[in-house]
Design a protein around this ligand. Structure first.
Ligand SMILES: NC(=O)c1ccc[n+]([C@@H]2O[C@H](COP(=O)([O-])OP(=O)(O)OC[C@H]3O[C@@H](n4cnc5c(N)ncnc54)[C@H](OP(=O)(O)O)[C@@H]3O)[C@@H](O)[C@H]2O)c1
Length: 273
């Protein structure tokens, strides 16, 4: 095994078994239940991250986040400092597999979102697989506070703006020239109505890139099917935003770990609800 590369499943289990006597049974069971511990350079990411077949017609929401080891989702207000080359590869692949990329307006603004970029050979693969050539960005917003000239609206595909009745009418009218507007609630977007609006547009393989406020609402509504979490090998320190924000939940929601991939010191974890 090359230095810095991930251990295979059996290596990890054996190490656990010989070094952690009392906890070994529990840890080993967890590792046996997951798919693999592999180097992402050696695996077919398309196969590993394929959506379940039912997602072609029934909404399936996958979230993708990068976080530091101590749980920070941003450094200096941006996620960029946490992601590296391997994370970017997975980030792009997850976009390439989706019908739509769903984000909150905070993330779209902070990260200066533009249209999704799909390389030509990927477009062909997507179309052959029954997807549109390019997935639109769908943005959840109560204020509709976007400049119609923003980068987000300059692609070949119109973004979807998922907004609500209280969004100022003049803004909605201006944005209707550059985006597909869907009203999904009264004073806020209701997550289930947003998902329904996307499904009505034939978008059921939904990739959400957050941010934390939208993420927590989707999860609280029981709509989040999967969480892909990249753990960057850094400590960001106190005072950072995590991958959830908003109203506290009455109780934690249990997840099942289904996959561990690695490249050097970066972990790619995957959980199902
Ligand atoms: N590490 C990562 O992978 C990652 C991923 C994404 C984001 N981030 C970081 O997270 C930070 C942004 O976090 P955030 O929580 O503010 O972002 P967010 O969830 O993307 O955006 C919050 C905004 O989305 C809109 N929104 C959310 N829920 C809504 C609802 N139910 N109804 C109507 N509008 C709704 C509102 O926009 P309006 O104000 O327009 O009404 C709200 O202000 C940034 O620092 C970003 O870098 C990190």
């Amino acid at each position: 095994m090359a230095p810095g590369k991930a251990a295979a499943t059996t290596d990890a289990a054996a190490t656990t078994d010989s070094t952690a006597a009392a906890g070994a049974g529990l840890a080993r069971k967890a590792i046996e239940d997951i798919e693999a511990v592999e180097d992402i350079e050696d695996i077919d990411l398309d196969e590993v991250y394929a959506y379940p077949p039912s997602a072609a017609h029934t909404p399936y929401i996958r979230a993708n986040f990068v976080a530091s080891v101590d749980g920070a989702a941003e450094v200096g207000g941006r996620s960029g400092p946490l992601g590296g080359e391997a994370d970017l590869r997975v980030f792009r692949l997850l976009r390439w597999l989706s019908d739509v990329v769903l984000v909150g307006a905070g993330t779209a603004r902070t990260e200066n979102y533009g249209p999704v970029v799909i390389p030509p050979e990927r477009r062909e693969r997507r179309v052959a697989a029954g997807l549109a050539a390019v997935p639109p960005i769908a943005v959840v917003t109560a204020t509709a506070g976007f400049d119609p000239g923003a980068r987000l609206f300059r692609g070949e595909i119109r973004p979807v703006l998922l907004t609500c009745e209280t969004a100022p009418l003049d803004r909605r009218r201006r944005l209707a020239a550059v985006a597909d507007i869907a009203i999904c609630g009264g004073s806020a977007v209701e997550p289930d109505l947003a998902v329904r609006a996307l499904a009505e547009r034939g978008m059921t393989r939904i990739l959400t890139e957050g941010g934390p406020l939208l993420h927590s609402q989707l999860a609280a509504a029981g709509l989040l099917d999967e969480l892909c979490l990249t753990i960057a090998p850094v400590l960001a320190g106190p005072g950072r935003l995590g991958i959830m924000k908003g109203e506290p939940w009455p109780a934690p929601a249990a997840l099942t770990l289904t996959q561990i991939l690695a490249e050097d010191d970066v972990l790619f974890l995957r959980y199902r609800r």
